[in-house]
Design a protein around this ligand. Sequence first.
Ligand code: AMP
Length: 283
Amino acid sequence: MKIINSIMHMQALAIAPEREGRRIAFVPTMGFLHEGHASLLREGRKRGDVLVLSIFVNPIQFGQNEDLDRYPRNMEGDCKIAEACGVDIVFVPTAAEMYPQGFQTGVTVRDIALPLCGASRPGHFDGVATVVAKLFNIVRPDVAFFGCKDYQQLAVIRRMAADLNMPVEIVGMPIVREADGLAMSSRNAYLSPSERQSALCLVRAIKRARELFAGGERSIAVLTRETRAVIEQEPSATIDYVEMRDGVLLQDQEVADSDTLLALAVKIGQTRLIDNTVLGEEL
Ligand code: AMP
């Protein structure tokens, strides 16, 4: 397994497989890898000849008062997981090389990036789209893997790749959860043991919505109210948003159907967690 820091070196390495018709599979991450990331890597291993993992905590997708400085890092642990998943190349650029002095170009995806996390984290998806576009130009993947855990991010990247004719297949992968249902996230490392328990309110809320939907409830107003009520019972939880929208364009809906997305962002103490479910899909 090669560990590459330089953009030029990574680009040079990507050219040979391209010429030889070997497929590059790519999994972009911010590191502190867990089973969620590993599931993407394993699928990448199956679907590509060369598997590239990137680890880059992208400063431009963090807001001013967000957790950029304390975002968890563990290069040694990440390399062990990467190796076990059959990664060929780990690309770990520095922020200074990704955003040198004078950098001034950005990618903006419009409507689909506006609600949900786009509303509570202004500029976040510009940062995500810009870095993913750059990474695609550096790694030149044939296929790239993203988790449905970040549902809106996946939608934004699909839109960007289609709109800008990027020659890459975007694959969405299911949410990997802990045994008790909590969606795996690098940010779970911030939670104290009692907050870890409190965080289960997200799972309870999702289950409640799914139960009501399975029982025939279709009113988004009722479903949203009941879902919020579950989270409001948890004293250390503060709702950022609890919303139901159509799962394709992320537009407002009044009547739920099996493609309806329930998306949650909830602060447990200081830690902001997100989770989601599509009401008609299996958990
Ligand atoms: P991150 O390192 O948090 O930026 O995540 C890198 C990639 O892993 C993104 O495509 C995420 O959606 C995906 N990912 C993170 N957590 C999970 C999870 N629990 N299940 C599936 N994919 C995940």
